[in-house]
Design a protein around this ligand. Structure first.
Ligand code: SF4
Length: 483
């Protein structure tokens, strides 16, 4: 049997694509291996969101080229956003690559491989499936754990001036709601307890099948913007999709989504959070900057007052809800004063998780025309300051949970002994248990806060065990922290 290995770079969307690539290859008769040295086919699933993506790919391809010299029949494929972005150009500069395919061409992989097997030349396939978008269904598999991602849309119609995604993933296309619901149903039947809906702007969803009943309150309520205007009525059917999932798959325990755009955080989405217990009390809502001036240059299409007003309403509707976010520091033209405003927003929104990045130029983006005028040194200093504040906020939040009872979805073993689960707000909790609780929802009492996680005891006294088989009160061992 032929063996394959997929090497994944980048975001959750890419990890999800890698799983679909694996499903297809296994359906075609390949067997997975983690060891690229013994693989007959290696797929490098690339990401171009961060800088130097092509250089990173080049060094990875160089490593594979050495293997190929030893085993000339090995097939080397490049997938993902760099493949989409560079296409034919990659083939010209990386002679050891046999196949280049974009994210929308994953379903064609078996046919492309068969062309290569028949002795065909190296191939490039980077067409967007604009007419008939396809979304590969995840194949429920043993051992994948109690959580799963389900794609609901792909591409992006926003034009944030720093972002390459609209170029590499194309315009927005949505998956039919019946397919989304069928996939969630199949996953839940196979033991999945928690689903995360996945899309570049996941909350811009519109059902191409037009079968969803409007969300209650869609378009009825209006929030007053800080700038004195009224917010738009629901443009999307994302809240309607959430209601459909809650009613058609009632056995699902937890529902998350990532990544939303703040401009679709409409009143009806806020009401959905209030009315649907399956929605977790945590939302990742990218803010990117705390300065209206910078947001305007980023083409983000909301003001900070709007962001804070809407997320404030969300927190009011769902007591205890926490937010995490993405922030770019050192965007062209960002002054110290602009950056201070970002720190102010961090405090105002109390983000319990922050993905912070230094701005770097991306090909094909409008921001390339702006003067990249914040020095690397300044960017690094701002990022450090951002993370220091993020640590303070998170530490205070985790400390506030000590002594509380929490419900966890147990995801696996803790490296320090015992088990690891997540609360619905994504806090990581380690605890001991006398039997294997993986995949179960368990109730615990939080006993200690660490830098990135918590330690707890099971409230079920019969199954409770000290962490790592030691008495927690006397244990000197520090737990491995999974972040
Ligand atoms: S919303 Fe903006 S940052 Fe997000 S994928 Fe689209 S263009 Fe990129």
């Amino acid at each position: 049997m032929q063996k394959y290995s997929v090497v994944t770079f980048g975001c959750q969307m890419n990890s999800h694509d890698s799983e679909r690539i694996s499903d297809l290859l296994e359906d075609t008769g390949y067997e997975a291996t983690d060891d690229v040295e013994e693989a007959d086919l290696v797929v490098l699933n690339t990401c171009s969101v961060r800088e130097k993506a092509v250089q990173k790919l080049r060094s990875e391809v160089g490593r594979m080229a050495v293997l190929k010299r030893r085993r000339p029949n090995m097939v080397l494929a490049v997938a993902g956003c760099v493949a989409q972005q560079e296409g034919e150009k990659l083939l010209r500069s990386m002679r050891s690559v046999d196949l280049i395919f974009g994210p929308d061409n994953i379903p064609e992989l078996p046919a492309l491989l068969s062309q290569l097997e028949q002795g065909g030349p190296a191939l490039v396939r980077t067409e967007f499936d604009l007419e008939e978008p396809s979304f590969l269904m995840a194949r429920p598999r043993d051992g994948r754990g109690p959580t799963a991602f389900v794609t609901t849309m792909k591409g992006c119609d926003e034009r944030c001036s720093y972002c390459i995604v609209p170029t590499t993933r194309g315009p927005e296309r949505y998956r039919g709601s019946s397919e989304v619901l069928e996939e969630i149903r199949r996953l839940v039947d196979s033991g999945v307890k928690e689903v995360t809906l996945l899309g570049q702007t996941v909350d811009s969803y519109i059902d191409p099948e037009s079968r969803l009943a409007p969300a209650p309150h869609a378009g009825e309520e209006r929030a007053r913007h800080a700038r004195g205007k009224l917010s738009r009525e629901d443009e999307t059917e994302f809240p309607a999709l959430l209601y459909a999932i809650a009613s058609e798959v009632p056995e699902l325990k937890r529902l998350r989504y990532t990544s939303p755009h703040p401009r679709h955080l409409t009143p009806s989405l806020i009401v959905a959070h209030r009315e649907l217990p399956v929605l977790v009390r945590h939302v990742h809502m990218p803010v990117q900057s705390g300065s209206d001036r910078v947001l305007k240059r980023m083409l983000r299409r909301y003001s900070i007052a709007e962001y804070l007003e809407r997320t404030g309403q969300l927190k009011e509707a769902v007591p205890g809800l926490t937010l995490s976010t993405d922030i770019i520091v050192g965007f062209p033209g960002e002054t110290r004063e602009d950056f201070e405003k970002t720190l102010d927003v961090m405090r105002a929104a109390s983000f319990t998780g922050v993905y912070g990045f230094k701005y770097s130029e991306r090909p094909f983006t409008p921001a390339l025309k702006m003067d990249n005028d914040v020095s690397e040194e300044e960017k690094s200093e701002r990022l450090t300051e951002l993370f220091d504040l993020a640590d303070d906020i998170r530490n205070a939040h985790l400390a506030s949970l000590v002594g509380t009872d929490q419900r966890l979805l147990v995801e696996g073993f803790s490296r320090g002994g015992g088990y690891t689960g997540r609360t619905e707000r994504n806090e990581i909790v380690h605890f001991g248990c006398s039997d294997d609780p993986v995949g179960q929802l368990v109730d615990v009492k939080i006993e200690r806060a660490f830098k990135h996680s918590l330690a707890a005891v099971l409230l079920d006294n019969i199954r409770a065990r000290p962490l790592g088989g030691q008495d927690q009160a006397t244990s000197k061992r520090s737990l491995n922290v999974v972040s």
